[in-house]
Structure formats: C-alpha cells, structure tokens
Write a protein that binds this ligand. Structure first.
Ligand SMILES: [Zn+2]
Ligand SMILES: [Zn+2]
Length: 159
C-alpha cells in the first residue's frame, strides 16, 4: 500500500489524508473547471471515498448544475471556501480530489488530459500525457489494477 498522502484547505480548518494512491488522475480543461477554479484547468485524482480520511473538520457540499443534468457536488471548507474534492453524479463512493490541495501536489502527474477542445490556447501539454478532445474510454485507458478498484467501488454503489 502506498504511503498516505496528506492534504488540507487553504486555511487548514479541513485536513485529510488519502490512505491509498489515487486510481487515476485527470487534468480537466473544460470551461466549468476553468470558471470554478479560476485557473486554466483542474487536476483531479480519482479515489474511493473510503480512502479519504478526514483528520480535521468537515467540508460542506455545494451542488453545481451540469450539462449532463447529473449533480456535481463540490466539497468546500466552510471557512475559506477552498474546494477539496468533487463528487460527480452524487455517487458518494468515488471522489475527485483536487490535487492542488495535497501537501505534495506536484508528486502526482495527470494520466490524461480531458476536454482539451477548450484548453487555454497558450497552455502547452507534455507529449507523454494522453490527450482527449472530450472524454475517453475508461476500459481502454485505465491500468488493470485501477480498473479492478473502480469496478469494486461501483459495485458497492449498486448495493
Ligand atoms: Zn479552509
Ligand atoms: Zn472539467
């Protein structure tokens, strides 16, 4: 098992720890991520909710509307409003951790770049990181070990 990865909001009121390495990491260039983060993209590490351990405080859920109609719930610190993670579709079992809130955010590199159709034009991307105009085929792009973890966590949801 990977060493635990600590993270926190800007003010430190909410602190957490990832108790396993993320399954897969997205660098998302969609316009929603750009607007919601105020930056050129959002870096999201996908992990089972069971592997996100709160060590201080608790974030508050903020529901954002999406084009798909499924809710996008952003969990923010109540005090400083930093976004710590997202729950896409209200699935609860899998979270999209904002990598920039980890203590060592640069230790994680994205596996894929998605929604590059709306990438900020002057942002260059590394050749070795796969790029997708919109989204990708999970079964094709995820390594087998991560796919197995994903299937296990989604099976849990159906129960
Ligand atoms: Zn805070
Ligand atoms: Zn996005």
């Amino acid at each position: 098992m990977a060493a635990s990865l600590p993270g926190a909001c800007f003010c430190g009121e909410v602190q957490y720890e990832l108790t396993d390495k993320p399954m897969f990491t997205h660098c998302c260039h969609c316009t929603d991520c750009q607007t919601q983060s105020g930056g050129a993209f959002a870096i999201n590490a996908l992990i089972e909710a069971d592997h996100v351990k709160l060590t201080k405080g608790e974030p508050v859920p903020v529901t954002m509307p999406t084009d798909s109609g499924r809710p996008h719930i952003i969990h923010r610190c109540a005090k400083c409003q930093t976004a710590l993670w997202s729950d896409y579709g209200g699935r609860k079992v899998m979270l999209f951790i904002r990598v920039s809130t980890l203590k060592e955010p640069h230790a994680i590199e994205p596996d894929v770049h998605i929604f590059t159709r709306s990438k900020v034009p002057w942002v260059g991307l590394p050749e070795n990181q796969r790029q997708f105009e919109v989204y990708y085929d999970t079964k094709k792009e995820w390594p087998p070990e991560a796919l197995a973890r994903r299937e296990a966590v989604l099976a849990k949801m159906k129960k």
